[in-house]
Design a binder for this molecule. Structure first.
Ligand SMILES: [Zn+2]
Length: 567
């Protein structure tokens, strides 16, 4: 069924709650594994409709944040999710303590119980009010950003619509765009500080109510992390600082030289990679969509089936519109076994990324659609980002159809950007560790911390000059910091795995695809480190950037710089 034809009906929550409570009672009283397992099946079936309807409401609310109907639904969902979580927790608690746990483990494996154990550590009915408040603040932040109407070049523009101007090869236009966008954040600075301050204290309070020292450990559990902790992440960050930052700095030095600007660069100059302009996709959004169809058709049989489903059922909303929420994401509608892609095309290389990155997620959702139980459909988030970031690299063989004459510039940008992104992403993660270890920092102190980190992780950036960004406040535009704490290192860990796939593609493409499918088809039946192992790749904890992989990438870049015209 086409997405637009799916009828949204607010699910009957009272009925759902009663049914799940009844199932919990029956699970506790079950006298055989046969009965207990049948009750488990019923619980799986019960959640399909509610999950699907909530996802539809969320998608439609994001498509038009000014639509009153879905705005009300979003508020309703924000309020009700913690209450549903309470009954859900009782059910998984009963499952975890079932006398048939050994039989369940035999049938479904033990990972499901490890994940339940983690989920049980994240909740208590005592925190329902705080969770509702948290949802409200997250929505408020999203709406504030979606409300941006920036007067630029004679028209009011959303934040996404500013992106092409922020990359303009015309120095004056580009700089003005950065200033104009920065002014929006400066004007809303007090609100942004206030929302974040409330979120930090709220999350700290939740953590303390649940018996944690601060939010950090809980934050990891809320992301269901089941195979690494903050010490592993610190090792990763250390490797980034020691080995990757100098490599990235070199790339920015070549960029400054290419552009004929001073190094370190201001934020506006750093956004332009080539004097004649950043690589641009050729043609219209329709051309990008059509070429994507061709790409997935030619890539493999599995991706052909997937992309046909996406187009047949119109499971995309990718054009930028006023009132549409920012960002790009992919989600899944269990009742229809369909992924959905939400994005904001803006005329830059980003639009191709949507069709390779977000569609990489969608492909993984589609591949795992029949995995049972549902807890095993999706792995933890860093593994999901391996799905998408690696798909971006598989698209290289079709880059010409997207970028035409800009293909070389695109490749250079993509692989260079993959490297330089990691210090930024790691900094976002480091910042949040500081914030939650010190929840009483004032907003001004938080900006100071960010400024200090810029010096460590991004020494190629010149402070000052550009309002907001140059003032050490740029973290406020990073939605994840507000909406999904600690979900950022996931991208960095994933990129590190994706780069290993990229290196393999250079010499053994079929092998790379085979190992990719090994990773993707497992869905969420394994932990991140197990999935990486399964694919025969190196787990990115420890000194991952001290080794061979970075050398393969930098050699390639150096060779490319010497043999190809980049201007
Ligand atoms: Zn992603």
């Amino acid at each position: 069924m086409k997405f637009s034809e799916i009828k949204y009906l607010r699910p009957n929550l009272e009925e759902f709650i009663e049914k799940l409570k009844a199932l919990t009672g029956r699970l506790i009283a079950a006298e055989s594994f046969y009965d207990a397992d049948a009750i488990f099946d019923e619980s799986e079936a019960l959640s399909v409709n509610i999950e699907t309807m909530f996802t539809i409401a969320m998608i439609r609310h994001n498509i038009d944040t000014t639509d009153k109907f879905y705005d009300d639904e979003a508020q309703y969902i924000d309020e009700k999710t913690p209450i549903i979580e309470e009954v859900n927790q009782s059910f998984i608690y009963a499952l975890y303590n079932s006398k048939f746990k050994p039989e369940f483990e035999k049938k479904y494996g033990s990972l499901i119980f490890k994940r339940i154990e983690i989920a049980l550590k994240t909740f208590s009915p005592e925190i329902i009010e705080e969770l509702q408040e948290e949802n409200k603040l997250i929505t408020e932040y999203g709406k504030l950003l979606a409300s941006a109407q920036i007067m630029f070049n004679g028209e009011l523009r959303t934040l996404s619509q500013m992106t092409p101007y922020k990359q303009s090869p015309d120095d004056t236009v580009r700089r003005a765009a950065w200033e104009a966008e920065g002014s929006f954040y400066i004007e809303n600075g007090e609100k942004l500080d206030k929302i974040y301050d409330e979120l930090v204290h709220l999350r700290d309070k939740i953590a303390k109510k649940l018996g944690y020292k601060n939010y950090i450990e809980l934050g990891y559990y809320r992301l269901s992390r089941d195979c690494y902790n903050k010490d592993d992440v610190e090792l990763f960050r250390k490797s980034v600082r020691e080995h990757l930052v100098p490599v990235a700095a070199k790339l920015y030095q070549s960029q400054a030289k290419r552009l004929g600007v001073e190094y370190p660069m201001n934020f506006a100059d750093a956004a332009l990679n080539f004097r004649l302009g950043n690589p641009k996709p050729q043609g219209s959004p329709d051309d990008i969509l059509n070429h994507s169809k061709k790409f997935y058709h030619e890539l493999s049989g599995e991706t052909t089936e997937f992309i046909n489903h996406m187009f047949d059922d119109e499971l995309f909303d990718v054009l930028s519109k006023k009132g549409k929420a920012g960002g790009d994401f992919c989600t899944f509608l269990p009742a229809f076994k369909s992924p959905f892609i939400f994005a904001n095309f803006n005329g830059t290389a980003h639009d191709v990324e949507v069709m390779t990155h977000e569609a990489g997620h969608a492909f993984a959702f589609y591949t795992a659609k029949d995995i049972y139980p549902s807890a095993y459909r999706q792995p933890t988030l860093e593994s999901c980002e391996v799905h998408s970031m690696t798909m971006e690299f598989f698209a290289w063989s079709w880059a010409e159809g997207y970028f035409g004459k800009d293909t070389n510039k695109f490749k250079y940008n993509h692989i260079g950007g993959a490297l330089t992104f990691i210090p930024y992403g790691t900094m976002v993660d480091h910042f949040q560790h500081i914030v939650f270890e010190n929840p009483d920092l004032t907003p001004a102190q938080r900006h100071e911390e960010w400024t200090k980190l810029l010096g460590i992780y991004m020494p190629w950036m010149k402070l000052g000059e550009i309002a907001f960004y140059g003032d050490g406040k740029g973290w406020q535009r990073q939605m994840h910091i507000y909406q999904r704490p600690f979900y950022y290192i996931d991208y960095c860990l994933a990129q590190t795995v994706a780069l290993q796939y990229w290196a393999m593609m250079q010499t053994a493409r079929n092998e790379a695809w085979e190992r990719y499918m090994r990773f993707v088809t497992k869905g969420g039946t394994k932990t991140f480190t197990e999935l990486v192992d399964t694919a025969g790749l190196v787990v990115p904890f420890g000194d991952v950037f001290g080794g061979k992989m970075i050398k393969t990438v930098t050699d390639w870049i150096e060779n490319f710089e010497n043999t190809v015209m980049l201007e």
